[in-house]
Design a binder for this molecule. Structure first.
Ligand SMILES: Nc1ncnc2c1ncn2[C@@H]1O[C@H](COP(=O)(O)OP(=O)(O)O)[C@@H](O)[C@H]1O
Ligand SMILES: [Mg+2]
Length: 305
């Protein structure tokens, strides 16, 4: 359905997107998981036609969008990271506005707007100004604005940013239903759980490139069998290295050490050795192989909300 090859975008000296490749099949939800500044929005903007890539190509249903983006545009639905609604208009008026930009009019437009409002449970508040909506309600209308023309390819850029769990669950369910009905979805997020629970395939994006890609299972296999152990306390480099000799240390500083173990018993032994050498441990965290540990291994840092 969509094929992205070797796209790049530089802003001054910043390589925002530095050679990204992926393809997404019809009916698939493809996740771009990465921290702030990874290049997610820039990638989405190049697909939606808002930004022109410096190089590389993007084809949708076999058509290069470089040349004929107008034709393709109506088949795309874009849900931007920044909420794109008029505060002084009602939710319904906003949808009428967006629907008309996508070429809907008259009865078709009104019916599409009503169907969308019903879908996100906002029928009763449809005539209130968006100004008076909660963050979650705005996000839901923002979602509708990108879906109202029934697009085949849906681009969602962090559509659940900063909303409550119920609104998030309802948005994720709608996206899942769209994919089930054959729509193709590209979904960016910095929430690990969303990538895990929603996406059929996930790309880990950081510093403008994709570092790993696959299904959740394929990615967690990359993490291997080892648990990641993080200890906080008061460590001295010499004695810590001695205690952890034979284990792979990922990170060591005065207040924190992170290492990998393949057997759980090792953790108890290590803690004992620290105790016997008078090192006080404040906190112990053990993580099984997961998307989180793959992320950590690939990027070298934890993805925090
Ligand atoms: N219009 C712009 N002008 C200058 N730098 C930009 C612009 N847009 C994005 N960047 C930079 O490009 C990098 C990637 O940004 P972005 O694509 O927004 O990442 P993400 O959406 O993953 O947070 C960041 O370093 C950001 O500061
Ligand atoms: Mg972004």
């Amino acid at each position: 359905m969509i094929e992205v090859s070797e796209i790049r975008k530089t802003f001054g000296s910043v390589k925002a997107v530095d050679g990204i490749n992926f393809h997404v099949k019809k009916g698939e939800i493809y996740g771009l998981l990465g921290p702030n500044g990874a290049g997610k929005t820039t990638t989405i903007s190049m697909i939606s036609g808002l930004l022109k890539p410096d190089s590389g190509s993007i084809t949708v249903a076999g058509i290069d969008i470089g040349g004929k983006s107008g034709q393709i545009r109506k088949r795309l639905g874009v849900i931007p990271q920044e909420i794109a609604l008029y505060d002084e208009l009602s939710g319904r008026e906003n949808l009428h506005f967006w629907g008309s930009l996508y070429g809907l009019s008259g009865k078709k437009l009104r019916e599409a707007a009503d169907r969308m409002l019903e879908l996100v449970n906002l029928t009763e508040r449809a005539n209130d100004n968006v100004r008076d909506y909660s963050g979650g309600m705005k996000r839901r209308v923002n979602l509708c604005a990108g879906l109202i023309h029934d697009p085949d390819l849906i681009l969602l850029d962090e559509p659940t940013l900063g909303i409550d769990p119920q609104a998030r669950a309802s948005i994720l369910k709608i996206i899942r239903d769209e994919a089930t009905s054959g729509k193709t979805v590209i979904y960016t997020t910095h929430y690990l759980e969303e990538a895990e629970n929603l996406c059929d395939r996930i790309a880990i994006i950081d510093r403008g490139t994709i570092h790993a890609e696959g299904t959740l299972r394929e990615l967690t296999e990359l993490a291997g069998e080892e648990d990641v152990v993080t200890l906080t306390g008061n460590f001295k480099s010499g004695v810590t290295k001695e205690i952890l000799s034979g284990l792979r240390i990922d990170h060591l500083e005065d207040g924190m050490v992170r290492f990998y173990v393949s057997e759980r018993e090792t953790i108890g032994m290590v803690l004992n050795k620290f105790f016997n050498s008078g090192v006080s441990i404040e906190n112990v965290s053990i993580k099984e192989p997961s998307l989180e540990s793959v992320f950590l291994r690939i990027t070298g840092y934890e993805l925090r909300d």
